[in-house]
Design a protein around this ligand. Structure first.
Ligand SMILES: C[S@@+](CC[C@H](N)C(=O)[O-])C[C@H]1O[C@@H](n2cnc3c(N)ncnc32)[C@H](O)[C@@H]1O
Length: 297
């Protein structure tokens, strides 16, 4: 928290003379230094920062609007500010704050579009129950994304063929898809490698439940576990398949390099591990992203 606020203030300082003066002279610097360290060694996840930014934007729009209304009343003017103007102010303020806070560029677009999209939906008078259903479905699919920063999106059959051709053929393997989603990848592997033990672990309850039920219906030998792959012992597996996100790769490597046995394979679809050269890379084509393979030394 302290780090983010410091970064915010330093940006503010470097971008304006007023900011620089304010920071050097004022309470802000000493107040920041006195802030308790709320979560040592932990950074705010982007989603939390995004919520804080929308709240800060709302506050700044409210203060600006009230100031303008009071000032115009003082001068005997009556001022009407439309809802759309307020929404536009909220969108612009949030996008600017997200830029100043150093969030990734796509977050600026999310901040800009979110209030406008909410306003548009409000105009369409959509029944409240639709929002509730959408919220519950999104929550069950994505509720852990907030923490893991890995959203759900499935890989495609062409990728499963490629992965099947990479893994050792001569003897049975124990393979796990960490973040198995709806389970298609694991069920495909279980079908093509009946000699092997295939598992999937998924942290979000709804996709896990769907994969579990589908495996029962299809009589697949793939086993699905509900849980966090960080709690697994990677030493038990010959192949670990991951389709996660850039944010997860460093932690994944820390765990894999400590626990995986020599000669076993870590396979990542699309996302590389910063500063860790892969053993093999299958280049992307119009149907698949790149596949990275690390053979543990
Ligand atoms: C991009 S999807 C990949 C789905 C599947 N592997 C496939 O290839 O179709 C990533 C999945 O990983 C899950 N996930 C993210 N972090 C996880 C964790 N720490 N433990 C288990 N699953 C996780 C997410 O909920 C999401 O369903």
């Amino acid at each position: 928290m302290q780090k983010v606020l410091n970064k915010f203030v330093l940006k503010f300082e470097s971008k304006s003379t007023f900011g620089s003066y304010f920071y050097k002279k004022s309470f802000l610097k000493s107040a920041l230094n006195k802030l308790p360290t709320l979560r040592p060694n932990k950074r705010l996840v982007p989603a939390t920062l995004a919520v804080l930014i929308q709240c800060a934007a709302l506050l700044s729009v409210a203060i600006t609007t009230w100031t303008v209304i009071f000032a115009s009343a003082y001068f005997g003017l009556s001022l009407n500010i439309s809802i759309f103007t307020l929404v536009l102010m909220q969108a612009l303020a949030a996008a600017t704050l997200s830029y100043l806070a150093g969030m990734a560029s796509w977050w600026r677009w999310i901040h800009l579009c979110f209030p406008l999209a909410a306003w548009l939906l409000y105009q369409w008078h959509i029944p409240n129950v639709i929002y509730l259903v959408g919220f519950i479905i999104s929550l069950s699919l994505f509720w852990t994304t907030f923490r893991t920063q890995v959203p759900f999106f499935p890989s495609r059959p062409v990728v499963w063929h490629q992965v099947a051709s990479i893994i050792p053929q001569e003897s049975p393997v124990r393979l796990i898809d960490i973040g198995s989603g709806l389970g298609d990848m694991s069920m495909y592997m279980a079908k093509t490698r009946p000699d092997s033990q295939i598992e999937g672990i998924e942290i979000a309850p709804l996709p896990w439940m769907i994969s579990y039920i589908r495996a029962k219906f299809r009589r697949s030998s793939a086993k699905f576990i509900l849980g966090n792959y960080q709690a697994l012992d990677f030493a038990k597996y010959d192949v670990i398949f991951a389709y996660l996100s850039p944010a997860a790769m460093r932690l994944l490597w820390d765990k894999a390099s400590k626990e995986m046995r020599s000669g076993t394979l870590l396979i990542s679809l699309e996302f590389e591990i910063p500063d860790v050269p892969e053993t093999t890379r299958i280049p992307s084509n119009k149907n698949t992203p790149e596949i990275y393979v690390w053979q543990i030394p």
